[in-house]
Design a protein around this ligand. Sequence first.
Ligand code: AHR
Length: 506
Amino acid sequence: MFAAQLTVDRDFPIAPLDRRLFGVFVEHLGRCVYTGIYEPGHPTADEQGFRGDVMALTKELGATIVRYPGGNFISGYNWEDGVGPKELRPRRLDLAWYSTETNQVGTNEFFDWCRKVDIEPMYGVNLGTRGPDEARHYLEYCNHPGGTALSDLRRRHGYEQPHGIRFWCLGNEMDGPWQICRKTPDEYGRIALETAKLMKMVDPSVELAACGSSAYDMPTYGIWEDRVLEHCFEVVDYLSLHSYFVKPPTDTSSESFFAQIETNARYIEDTIAVADAVAARRHSSKRLMLSFDEWNVWYRARHGGHMKREGWPEAPRLLEEIYTAEDALLIGGMLTMMMNHADRLKVACMAQLVNVIGPIMTEPGGPAWRQTIFHPFAQAAKWARGTVLRPVIKSAGYANEKHGELPYLCASVVHDEAAGMTAVFILNRHLQEEMNLSITLRGLGTERKLVAAEQMHHGDLEAANTRDAPNEVAPTALGGIVIDGEHLQMRLLPASWNVVVTKAVR
Ligand code: AHR
């Protein structure tokens, strides 16, 4: 066993936590939409064909915002194909995923789904095959009250009230060679600028995210951000980050896998540095916020997604990653790291929601179940409310080639002043030893009671949840917590993710 300490002080906040940090992503890709969220004829389907079991799990997941409809898909998408009578909608070749898109779900149905599960929609515009003109028309269709051709078209489609979609992505991963109509940074920066200008003319209340690099390890990372922002800094509100965590065959150790928490922290901080350098050149006090609108573990079901396949199938099984206990620990650690960047990171979307690298799995005509990564996300979305406090950590650690000494303890603390409630999220990334953890919650009340305490640990880091064993990896009660005034003492299992929520009574 090793000892570790975590201290926070009410007077040392990082920032209020934006609840949009608990977003997800639904792309027209594989079985995310078709037989994922939508399956008419499924025993639980509602009158619109949305699966009731998936809606129930989505609500339990607690996601706050959902990015739609892509991803790579957006760069070849015509929004007009997905509105109006379903029987008239065209079937199209989806060049992003070599599939056939039936367009049976589109803008309006997805908006209805968002309302049903109580999630804010985040839509994207196609800056691949299309551009500013399509974007302004799409926004007019969605958000303009009425009295124009496109807003009246929406009303004729059965949606009298404007959708009021606030958050919009200006394209997707426009630097990626795989992207439909990839752009150079100058080409994209110009189009993002002109699109943003027109969109804000149509609806000044929209919030716009420009594409950052599609990954931290893109050879053009940094230069891309700098050039793009040189064009559109004034008119956009967010810059996007995308990151998928991998386990390369050359280094399969869990310690290196968990060190991706620090790699992604650096990614966030470097991106802030580039955005602020653009601000500095302009003598601007504007601070761009970040939208980490694709993040997850994704390395097993990696092959074949972009590769041509025969037959242009409908809703093929693509990117169906089966998550392990180890993945859930990394997701927990990532969530603590993201909360600890709450001053600049305002939006994040776990990619994706169902079947495609998702926390929820389904079988067509069959059940839906929670993958391992569902749990840390749901716990964080449920309990992380209020202000993130700056954690001071003292812990033994391990050596990492990239980052030097890394503490075994990763943690974040979120305090809800109005409710007097404080949630502590803790990853013990020591693989063999228990952690004897002392927590001091300074200035948050001198007497506390326990509200919730859960741990996630599995003796086999490769264990997964399956259709037949859907609860193999799940949280259990965490006992033995001693509370003494502002101090909490607990023993945490090796390789465990833990959530402890207390409330001040005095
Ligand atoms: O989430 C899967 C894909 O990963 C998205 O379509 C794309 O944006 C990223 O490369």
